[in-house]
Design a binder for this molecule. Structure first.
Ligand code: SER
Length: 315
């Protein structure tokens, strides 16, 4: 029996993670949402849903107490490009919001998962096979809140014993909920263009490598880490996890194997490009592999085949 609250359940990760958790756990898996982003369809029909605005500690506490929540998945966030447009709001959600979650978790003895990101790294970080423990000096508000979130989560574990755990997600690719305003979004949008038969205009320059992951692996990472034996965890906030690394040309050529007449042009967005340039080309995820047996299932080609067939059926 496990009672789980997902904050941000209707977002890119939450939409799928909530359903996956409901398949696995018998207890309450509560879909937390904010007005204007109400759960619909299967998400609404398969379990309880409550308004949980991360900026309100009392709202979080009320739902945690009512449903006897023992684990919180805190997925509320503004992605990197949006956070540059709204840095104050990004701080309010990413830092003040996380503080609210951790305080409730301390009082009600909940475990907490908060995604971190490749966005914690910056221009001084080693770019290739970026190590687990290295320089984190982002120059984006997204990255600042993610580094701050890692440190604050570790603090709550060390100081108060709150069971906080996290992974540094790369760009996440899925065919269900679209991402909103990230730097890695192009790797999702490109599949929609391929299926719709339109030319893809890529906002990221050729030769820009970033780590990416297919959503089933990301869900698996979050759940597997939260279920891992704590005695084995040397690290907590947050683990490097990796599945694949590519640039726009590589994903384009891979899609063309299955959609031969697909075309792509470039119109580089300076903001997204500068963020992408500051992020690693690839991460070293040895610690996650050793401490909780992390292994991704999908490589680029498997992901492309699955994305194209699932999107073809949906569109
Ligand atoms: N996908 C995120 C972004 O591009 C990175 O964690 O903002």
């Amino acid at each position: 029996m496990k009672n789980v609250l997902i904050i941000g359940s209707t977002g890119q990760i939450g939409t799928e993670l909530t359903l996956e958790l409901r398949k696995r756990y018998q207890g309450n898996v509560v879909a937390g949402y904010i007005p204007g982003a109400e759960p619909k369809g299967e998400l609404l029909e398969t379990g309880p849903a409550e308004i949980v605005d991360i900026t309100s500690g009392s709202q979080i506490a009320e739902v945690v107490s009512t449903y006897k929540i023992d684990t919180i998945y805190n997925l509320a966030a503004l992605l990197s490009a949006v956070a540059e447009a709204k840095p104050q709001l990004a701080w309010k959600v990413g830092m003040d919001g996380l503080f609210n979650v951790l305080e409730v978790a301390r009082q009600y003895k909940c475990a907490v998962f908060t995604p971190s990101s490749i966005g914690v790294f910056g221009n001084n970080t080693p770019k290739d096979k970026t190590p687990q423990d290295t320089i984190r000096n982002p120059r984006t508000m997204y990255g600042v809140t993610k580094v701050g979130g890692e440190l604050l989560s570790d603090y709550y574990y060390i100081r108060f014993g709150v069971d906080t755990r996290s992974v540094r997600f790369p760009g996440l690719i899925s065919y269900i909920a679209p991402p909103g305003g990230g730097t890695t979004d192009y790797a999702v949008d490109i599949y929609y263009s391929a299926i719709r038969g339109t030319r893809f205009v890529c906002p990221i320059a050729a030769g820009t490598f970033m780590d990416m992951m297919y959503m089933p692996d990301a869900l698996h990472a979050a759940i597997q880490l939260m279920e891992a034996d704590p005695a084995r965890l040397v690290h907590r906030n947050a683990f490097n996890v990796a599945a694949m690394s590519f640039d726009p040309e590589i994903i384009y050529e891979n899609i063309r194997r299955y959609v031969p007449d697909f075309t792509m042009a470039y119109d580089v967005d300076p903001l997204r490009q500068s963020i992408a340039d500051s992020w690693p080309n690839s991460l070293d995820d040895t610690c996650a592999r050793e401490e909780w047996d992390w292994r991704p299932a999908y490589d680029l080609d498997m992901m492309t085949q699955d994305m194209l067939s699932k999107l073809r059926a949906r569109i």
